[in-house]
Every structure is written in C-alpha cells, then in structure tokens.
Write a protein that binds this ligand. Structure first.
Ligand SMILES: *[C@@H]1O[C@H](CO)[C@@H](O)[C@H](O)[C@H]1NC(C)=O
Ligand SMILES: *[C@@H]1O[C@H](CO)[C@@H](O)[C@H](O)[C@H]1NC(C)=O
Ligand SMILES: *[C@@H]1O[C@H](CO)[C@@H](O)[C@H](O)[C@H]1NC(C)=O
Ligand SMILES: *[C@@H]1O[C@H](CO)[C@@H](O)[C@H](O)[C@H]1NC(C)=O
Ligand SMILES: *[C@@H]1O[C@H](CO)[C@@H](O)[C@H](O)[C@H]1NC(C)=O
Length: 294
C-alpha cells in the first residue's frame, strides 16, 4: 500500500517532467536482437520487403554497437547493397535499374494509422566511410510511398538527382511530393563521421510537412515551418538505400547504368513514429515531450 502510493507519486512526477509522446510504431532495435530475427516476423520490420531477390535481411544488415540520438537502449544497423540487390516483386517485374535494401515498419501495411492524423517520423542515419555511396547516382534514403504506388509524398535523397541539376550532390535533401513538383524542403551537408537526426512532422489533415534536424547527440531543432505538401494517399515508409541508375533509360526501374562490383552501406537508427495530434514531439530522449506547438 505504502509502496504503491510512493510509486504512483514518483510515476506522476516522472510523467510531469518527461511526458512521453504516444508511439505509433517503434523500429528501435534492442541490444539483444540478432540479425536472424530480421528474417522472421519480429514486430519491428517486415522480413520480406524490400531487398534483392534471393537475399535475406540477415545477410545485408549488420547490427552495431554504435549509438544515435534516440538509441538509448537500442542500436542502429547498417544496411548494405551490392550487385545482387535487385528487387523482383514478381517473376516478370525485375528491377534491374535499381539497387535496393529498405526496411518497412511491421505495422505499416499501407492503410494503418501511421499515415492519418498528425504524426512525427523519427530516424537517424550516417555514412559508412568504409563503404561509401557513389554521388554520381541519385539515392532515396527515406521515403513515403503512397498506397497506390503512384507517388512518394516525401523523399530524403542524396547524390545527383536524375533530371535535376545538383550542384552539391553530397548533401541530404528532403523533397516534397514528387508528383507535385518535388519542392526542396530542406538540405544539409551529408558530413562524414556525423549522425544526422531527422524528425518529420506530417500533418495528414492540413497536408503539411515540417522538418526537424540535429547532429550526433544534439536535441532536434525545428529547421522549417510546417510547409504545404500533399502527403495524402497513405502508404508505407521506407528506410534504406534505393540507388537509381545513371544514363538514358525509358523506365529507370528496369533500365539504365549501374556499375558493378559495388559495396555500399548506410547506418540507420532511432526509427520510430509518435502521435503529434496534441503537439507532442520528442526533441531529445531525456525530455521526450519537450516541445509543444499548436
Ligand atoms: C531482449 O531484451 C528485452 C528487454 O530489454 C526483453 O524484453 C526480451 O525478452 C529480450 N529478448 C531476447 C530474445 O532475449
Ligand atoms: C551480395 O551480398 C550478399 C549477402 O552478403 C551475397 O550473398 C551476394 O553473393 C553478394 N553479391 C555479390 C554480387 O557480391
Ligand atoms: C492494416 O492495418 C490496419 C490497422 O492495424 C487494419 O485495420 C487493417 O485491416 C490492415 N489492413 C490489411 C490489408 O491488413
Ligand atoms: C560511380 O558511378 C559512375 C556512374 O555510374 C561510374 O561511372 C563510376 O565508375 C562510379 N564510381 C565508382 C568509384 O564506382
Ligand atoms: C542548372 O545549373 C546551372 C548552374 O547553376 C544554371 O545556370 C541552370 O539554370 C540550371 N538549370 C536548371 C534546369 O535548373
């Protein structure tokens, strides 16, 4: 009796100082996870999509002992691509133009609540100096693909954008809906040996996107206003490497130039989504709900 009332007082005090935003999904990988768990239903990510035909996630994903801003009791993972990273959604649809390795949150089936209301998507990523990307190519590193596969409502890209005119390829570039002119919302140098932390506040009612960003263990800072961006159409969040081809191609999913002998990797961590309908956004793990703007 005494003990439980002390606990409830303590719990109340903790809640008052560090109110935690309600989670929609959590993709943070606990320290005791094994890579083989990524090949079976694991509650974090879909074991089947998106990866090269015949490959297993356990072969293209490495659990690390590094840290990222929101990996307090969890660890980030390296995702890798090589010449075998050719996704084939069916026998007749073989995506020879792309090299892909992407994680999709387990609960994010395309019509679930992660793409309705007001949600904030968190992720951190970093280069692997030993297995660099090739900035002559365009890469998608995080994106939302609509449920009817007709568009990406936002995309974090890097490299030389196809059909673009990229003066600084070695940057992280957040674009809005690619079918609505893909406006550039935010960019930052893709510095090596730095973990880049992002949060995207996605208002699926007002159709806006707002970017928060920081490096290493710095708390997130708001870097854009809530910018009009058509994020309707629900769909699925992708975290990973989608390398596009160079050279002329009518259908870049199947054609275009991809050099052989590649070995490229990106570190991903701190992937989760919280409900921001009440303005709750976690800017750092210590003060999970530090910021409220209505
Ligand atoms: C991993 O650790 C978590 C708590 O941190 C625990 O709930 C879970 O059972 C552990 N899983 C395994 C496979 O040991
Ligand atoms: C790519 O990596 C996978 C997983 O390690 C491996 O099985 C495959 O042989 C590699 N492909 C090439 C072309 O090196
Ligand atoms: C997708 O998830 C939502 C929410 O969990 C559920 O209501 C719906 O039935 C699921 N749809 C499919 C096709 O599994
Ligand atoms: C980078 O990609 C370009 C275009 O595909 C290619 O010509 C070049 O050889 C690649 N560089 C490396 C170091 O692989
Ligand atoms: C491409 O970049 C050059 C140099 O910055 C600029 O003069 C030109 O207008 C740009 N073209 C397009 C289509 O943006």
């Amino acid at each position: 009796m005494f003990r439980s009332s002390i606990l409830s007082i303590l719990f109340g005090a903790l809640q008052a100082t560090a109110q935690t935003c309600q989670l929609q999904f959590d993709g943070r990988v606990s320290k005791n996870f094994t890579s083989e768990q990524f090949d079976v239903q694991n509650g974090l990510f879909d074991p089947d999509y998106v990866k090269g035909k015949g490959l297993k996630f356990s072969e293209l994903l490495e659990i690390t002992d590094e840290t990222t801003l929101f990996d307090v009791n969890s660890v980030p993972v390296f995702l890798t691509i090589n010449d075998s990273s050719i996704f084939a959604p069916s026998e007749t649809n073989v995506q020879n133009g792309f090299r892909r390795a992407e994680l999709l949150p387990a609960s994010n089936n395309g019509t679930d609540p992660s793409t309705i209301g007001v949600k904030t998507l968190h992720f951190s990523l970093a280069k692997d100096p030993a297995r660099p990307l090739n900035f002559s190519h365009e890469y998608q590193l995080v994106f939302l693909e609509s449920a009817d596969y007709s568009t990406n409502q936002f995309v974090l890209k890097t490299g030389t954008i196809l059909g673009g005119n990229t003066s600084e390829p070695d940057t992280l570039q957040v674009y809005g809906n690619v079918n609505k002119g893909a406006p550039l919302l935010f960019q930052a140098p893709f510095s090596e040996s730095v973990v880049h932390n992002f949060a995207l506040k996605l208002d699926f009612d007002a159709l806006t996107t707002q970017v928060y960003y920081s490096q290493d263990d710095e708390p997130l800072k708001q870097v854009t206003e809530a910018t009009p961006n058509d994020i309707s159409g629900q769909g699925q969040f992708h975290f990973g490497i989608l390398k596009k081809p160079t050279g002329p191609a009518e259908d870049i999913t199947r054609e275009g130039y991809q050099p052989s002998g590649i070995e490229e990797a990106i570190l991903y961590g701190g992937i989760f989504q919280e409900d921001s309908a009440d303005g709750c956004i976690s800017l750092s793990p210590e003060t999970a709900c530090q910021h409220k703007d209505h």
